[in-house]
Design a protein around this ligand. Sequence first.
Ligand code: AMP
Ligand code: MG
Length: 320
Amino acid sequence: MADDRQTRLLGADVSSLDAAAGILRRGGLVAMPTETVYGLAANALDGRAVSAIYTAKGRPASNPLIVHVESAEQASGLSSGWSEMAVKLAEAFWPGPLTLVVPAGDAVAREALAGGSTVGLRAPAHPVALELIRRAGVPLAAPSANRSNALSPTSARAVMDDLAGRIDAVVDGGDCHVGIESTVLDLTEEAPRVLRPGMVTPGDISAVLGVPVSLVGENAGIHKSPGMMSRHYAPGIPLELIAGEIEDNPDGFPIRLGDAEVWGREGIVLIADPVPYARALYRALKWAEMSGCTRIVLELPPVGPRWTAIHDRLLRASRG
Ligand code: AMP
Ligand code: MG
């Protein structure tokens, strides 16, 4: 695909959303805000439209897409095995940052499944995304709206920086509230297991289902979930993780931990609490990337169940 498409920057008002929905119905690509990160959306029932997502991102064909729905009812119609567990989890966590991997129904474009027979489904907790799905009248396949291997975008500006000229439109819905990608939960095996950690933890899921929920280790389920590729979610310059405090005048752009957020040319301080930390993380890495420094040094946050997803992204992002 040539990098010379006009990419429209749209607002989130009713007439803009109608324009975006029209583009989607005609098989085009629209980046939309969700609560996790911005997604690059296409009609999930249209194989050609879904293929165009892979081209625009330079995404490997082996990496499946999450299909975004407006409701559990719409999700169940896209699955050939919407189980009792799926019903309970959708009721407890949707709309929200939990993707359920279930047996795929026939309607979903095969291109979204990356050769498998399962589909990842999620209802996003963002009013603009939900309204866009409704107006388009179809479920939307949407991976993060970045070129493959770049940082996931948490603002419309970040999407434009990365994908302008390669997609039809970006809907600006402000900054993302969660800030990192959804938890991906596999419901197709005997026991539910988390393929990609997110802000919904195995403990949260287990509390709803009343059964243990495991977190798949890095090398366990090869390509069951490509967010598991060892280097992923990475900034364009090396990232070094520091256990303990960063020294003064470090060699690199420092991202420290503190009680309040501070954004400066000389460094960033992020709040040592997982919710605001996740919300700010990708914007901080992007800010550091743009600082002119040739590397980033980052104080590792504490360990604990609520920090697992953040540690996961930091580890992948730091691999050369
Ligand atoms: P992205 O939104 O770019 O992070 O990509 C979507 C991610 O969802 C993939 O990298 C996978 O981790 C996960 N995913 C989507 N569909 C499936 C599926 N059918 N099976 C396993 N993982 C999936
Ligand atoms: Mg991604």
